[in-house]
Design a protein around this ligand. Structure first.
Ligand code: ATP
Ligand code: MG
Length: 270
């Protein structure tokens, strides 16, 4: 069988076909390439691999292959994987902005078969784990996600309506005027760990979606596709992104296999 491997900054994602020709997915921490090697050794031959991702070279060094392992550029692999999933999920969408919320966030446009990277931001999944850890000491990803769900951003952020109060609002009052600005401006002292983590999710979701909305406006696109493992099991981030995107009259699309587009694309290239 063949396998596609996307070695990213944080996670290494693997996609392969099983004996019944069913798509299978697996992930490892990119800090543990030995576990990836052990898994490949016991399940697959090196000959059937196609690699992608920013850490592909490091992984290749760890695999000790005598032969050259095929490699595909990350952005091409990601686009292939996105197209495949759109077809599988029967989503019709030929032009869109695509945000890959990985360790960092990369923003692309897709127009038919043509795609290009138009920008990105350092606010991404690494911000969720890193800033989350700095603020609360919680290190486990799922703990961060679960804790953030119990939180409330009322005392963390400043809303437009907090500033304008009784004045006539120039924009929607429910929009965030300042992520985390409430910590300095609001006097309430109830800033719990859940609230701080909800604030981080809000920061990431709003930064990423507003960049995508502006890109969609600039290119005249309606659809914005959000991918990356940061969305995995992370309903709160999806909610933030969805509501902001809808508010700005764009159509948010989430794919089921959030973080696996690159690995699936590498598998298909193989
Ligand atoms: P990049 O594409 O920027 O090189 P990457 O490919 O490793 O990075 P993704 O796998 O798409 O990025 O997403 C990584 C993010 O996913 C992490 O920063 C974290 O927020 C989140 N995440 C999801 N599951 C886990 C997990 N089990 N352990 C750590 N982080 C996780
Ligand atoms: Mg990645």
């Amino acid at each position: 069988t063949r396998i596609g491997i996307d070695a990213g900054g944080t996670l290494t994602k693997i996609a392969y076909w099983n004996d019944e020709k069913k798509l299978k997915l697996k992930k490892f921490l990119s800090s543990d390439f030995h576990a990836v090697r052990d898994w490949i050794d016991s399940n697959h031959s090196l000959a059937s691999i196609c690699l992608t991702g920013g850490r592909a070279e490091q992984l290749k060094d760890c695999l000790f292959s005598k032969n050259e392992i095929p490699y595909i550029v990350e952005f091409d692999a990601t686009m292939n994987g996105v197209m495949y999933q759109l077809k599988q999920e029967k989503v019709s969408c030929s032009s869109a902005v695509i945000a890959n919320i990985g360790t960092g966030t990369s923003i692309h446009i897709m127009n038919g078969q043509v795609h290009s990277r138009i920008g990105g931001t350092g606010i991404g999944g690494g911000t969720l784990t890193g800033l989350g850890m700095a603020l609360t000491g919680i290190t486990n990803y799922l703990d961060i996600i679960e804790t953030s769900k119990q939180g409330n951003r009322t005392f963390i952020d400043v809303l437009v309506s907090d500033i304008y109060e009784k004045n006539k609002l120039p924009i929607k009052g429910s929009l965030t005027a300042s992520n985390f600005g409430g910590i300095a401006i609001k006097t309430q002292n109830e800033k719990s760990e859940p609230d701080l983590l909800a604030g981080v999710q809000g920061l990431i979701g709003e930064v990423v979606s507003s960049l995508c909305i502006q890109a969609a406006d600039a290119h005249g696109f309606e659809d914005i596709i959000f991918i990356g493992s940061t969305l995995e099991n992370n309903e709160l981030l999806q909610q933030v992104i969805e509501s902001y995107t809808l508010l700005k009259q764009k159509n948010p699309i989430f794919l089921k296999k959030h973080g696996y587009s690159g690995a699936i694309g590498a598998l298909l290239e193989n």
